[in-house]
Design a protein around this ligand. Structure first.
Ligand SMILES: [Zn+2]
Length: 408
């Protein structure tokens, strides 16, 4: 939300690395985008914070190191901030696994605070909707904290109080596997708890008492239904797309979208290609990528100095086994459908940046003005665009905190 006017010529054409022409947003769309508070509910960028040689203050290129969010690109794309995610991969659920998840979660929380402290003149921790407005007005990046997968709490769910004191304001129950709190939408073993476990139900109560927004992304439909029924505050989907456009267990159906809206909740639409369109996996490509991952380790931990060699090998595999990619138009099909079904008061953006999100024509956050332009072209007003970019989210945060105050 910079208060300035960019003298950009309209309709500049850029050709992206994938050969897709990305039209620069028109000057009018750009102005509306800059003046709105633009927040994304699912920024997986903390995965890069421990990466040797990587700093959020530096200007990176997606084609250079595969990252999608840094301060220069947030400014270029008019992204005022959002939720930095404490993501934990679901590991073993024995005592050692629970301790490992606890330590990982705390380490990631610390890494977010260290990043904020190192960039205090540009970014600030947000605890409330009022904080978000004040921070964005000052020209700084609004930094909320969320958790994806409650596994770090499995050894001691009362840790949620400590997380809340250290800034946590949104909480997703599961990731791609079932955990001690509930069922995932994508566990190959199928449901284990028929929704939430007893510990999961207690977690809902605790989150409501603290004013932490509950997030049903990745959770099974039964968990979604039970969160909606049990939570005293509206819930969100922080990064989810539409079943009606591409039927996938990770997406949500129209009936549930209407139920979410009826309870005041908000769905933030995901830009994860594999959930937007049907992408047939190529076994030879998968095997080659697995071998590459084995050789270099996870992308999020790749030292910057090793990236060129890694990318060169990756490109050879991609050229040998080319695979279909979701496009910006595919993303907009999901977003416009969800807007039609849930209504403009119940939709936001959570594109899964640095967590697998991004489509041909919108590779990183610098391309976000394209969404504003496409919404205006589809007939949404400036005021509606502002709701989608943050107004709806801030309403839910306010309501969750009002519920908490009333229960104290
Ligand atoms: Zn996710």
């Amino acid at each position: 939300m910079r208060v300035c006017r960019l003298a950009l010529a309209s309709a500049l054409a850029m050709i992206c690395s994938d050969g897709v022409a990305a039209k620069e947003a028109t000057a009018d769309a750009r102005r509306i985008h800059e003046e709105a508070m633009v927040l994304d509910t699912h920024l997986d960028t903390p995965a890069n914070f421990r990466r040797p040689g990587w700093s959020i203050a530096d200007n990176h290129e997606h084609e250079g190191d595969l990252s999608q969010v840094d301060l220069p690109r947030m400014k270029a794309g008019g992204l005022d901030g959002g939720f930095w995610v404490i993501y934990t991969a679901q590991g073993a659920r024995d005592d050692a696994g629970k301790r490992a998840a606890r330590d990982h979660g705390l380490d990631r929380l610390v890494s977010i605070h260290k990043m904020l402290a190192a960039n205090a003149d540009e970014m600030e921790l947000a605890l409330t909707a009022d904080d978000a407005e004040r921070i964005a007005s000052a020209g700084k990046r609004v930094s909320f904290i969320s958790m994806e997968n409650a596994a770090p709490l499995a050894s001691d769910p009362t840790l949620l109080t400590a997380y809340h004191r250290l800034g946590l304001r949104m909480m997703g129950v599961t990731h791609v596997r079932n955990n001690d709190f509930g069922d995932s939408s994508t566990d190959p073993a199928g449901p284990e708890w028929k929704g939430l476990s007893p510990a999961g139900r207690a977690l809902v109560e605790q989150a409501n008492r603290l004013g932490i927004v509950l997030d049903a992304s990745h959770a099974s439909d039964a968990v979604f239904d039970q969160l909606l029924a049990l939570s005293k505050a509206p819930i969100v989907l922080s990064h989810t797309s539409a079943d009606a456009i591409y039927d996938h267990p990770r997406n949500i159906d129209d009936a549930r979208l209407r139920q979410l809206a009826a309870k005041g909740g908000v769905i933030h639409v995901n830009a994860f290609g594999g959930y937007l369109v049907n992408i047939t996996k190529i076994p030879e490509r998968e095997a080659a990528m697995d071998a590459l991952a084995e050789k270099y380790g996870p992308e999020s931990q790749l030292p910057v100095a090793r990236v060129p060699a890694y990318l060169a090998e990756r490109r050879v595999i991609e050229e040998r086994f080319p695979m279909k990619r979701a496009t910006f138009d595919d993303y907009m099909r999901h977003l416009l459908h969800i807007l039609k079904v849930a209504g403009v008061d119940h939709v936001g953006i959570g594109a899964d940046w640095d967590g697998g999100g991004g489509v041909a024509g919108m590779e990183d956050v610098s391309a976000l003005p394209r969404i504003t332009e496409a919404l205006l072209t589809a007939g949404y007003t400036e005021q509606e665009v502002r709701k989608i970019w943050s107004g709806n989210l801030l309403r839910v945060i306010r309501e969750a905190q009002a519920v908490a105050s009333a229960r104290r």
